[in-house]
Write a protein that binds this ligand. Structure first.
Ligand SMILES: Nc1ncnc2c1ncn2[C@@H]1O[C@H](COP(=O)(O)OP(=O)(O)OP(=O)(O)O)[C@@H](O)[C@H]1O
Ligand SMILES: [Mg+2]
Length: 269
């Protein structure tokens, strides 16, 4: 638990969870984030899964058949001349909660899904829809929704404040030199002001050594070890979410234990 994140006396206890998954490209962020979001939703929590990768991968692990939905450009209005603040803001008749209800897709287990932006479309429209995405994700009342974020690979978005909505950031990491190197960079998020709790999730674990190497190589607490699992590959080839294809698999069990562990930790803080 990082210093400075203790809730002040009198702080409302929040039942919701706000987590973001970061890591090197291909580390397993989308697989784990989507499975995590659905397991959390099965406990009866309203869950919003957000994919801030313009090349979305989260829809596959969630089981949402959609590649082209997005937030329309007219969800935002331009800042009037002479006023301060960001260039675009949500239309005055749209609260973040209302915008979420309107523009998110609903997937299995009732998970809501919000996408960062379509790849197609004119760039000025894309900018507007991305501004709306930001307002919704960052201004949504904390007590209403649990948020599960899937970030693009690498360090750019995490270091530019894209994990600001999260109270816990999971660095998904494999015990390979390249993956550990990028995880070490991401671990520095923990030293930033306003840092969330930063934890490692070891993925594609093959031996007990792998988990240890992730711990040593990142300097982060390892809160889950997801095994290398052939059924993950099978599920993917069949175009099915892991959770539906192999609900009893070792990899799903590992994500379940991650959820339980983090619920415990968030409550203990
Ligand atoms: N534990 C695992 N066992 C076997 N295969 C896995 C495991 N975790 C992930 N994979 C496979 O690795 C690939 C990358 O996973 P995924 O798309 O979740 O990674 P990502 O970090 O979201 O990638 P990107 O950075 O491209 O968004 C996928 O083909 C996935 O099925
Ligand atoms: Mg991904």
């Amino acid at each position: 638990v990082s210093a400075g994140r203790q809730p002040a006396l009198g702080t409302l206890y929040l039942d919701t969870m706000r987590v973001a998954f970061v890591g090197k490209g291909g580390a397993g962020k989308s697989l784990i984030a989507g499975t995590f979001a659905r397991l959390l939703a099965r406990e009866g929590e309203p869950v919003l899964a957000v994919d801030s990768d313009p090349m979305p991968g989260l829809t596959f692990s969630l089981g949402i058949d959609l590649t082209d939905a997005g937030i329309p450009a007219d969800a935002v209005v331009e800042r009037p001349e002479g006023e301060e603040g960001p260039r675009f803001r949500l239309r005055p008749d749209l609260s973040p909660s209302e915008a979420l209800r309107r523009y998110s897709a609903t997937g299995p287990d009732g998970v809501r899904f919000l996408q960062f932006g379509k790849l197609r479309g004119h760039s000025s429209e894309l900018m507007r829809s991305q501004a709306a995405f930001h307002s919704i994700v960052h201004d949504l009342p904390e007590e209403e929704w649990s948020l599960v974020g899937d970030l693009p690979g690498g360090t750019r978005q995490p270091f530019f404040g894209w994990t600001r909505f999260a109270r816990t950031v999971f660095v998904v990491v494999e015990a390979t030199p390249a993956s550990l190197l990028s995880a070490r960079r991401l671990a520095r998020l923990a030293q930033m002001t306003e840092a969330p709790q930063v934890l490692a999730v070891a993925n594609r674990v093959r031996t007990p050594d792998d988990e240890e190497r992730v711990a040593v190589g990142t300097g982060l607490p390892v809160v889950a070890a997801v095994p290398y699992d052939e059924v993950v590959v099978d599920a993917e080839c069949r175009g099915r979410p892991l959770l539906d294809y192999a609900p009893e698999s070792a990899s799903v069990a590992a994500v379940k234990s991650l959820l339980t562990r983090v619920q415990f930790e968030e409550r203990a803080r």
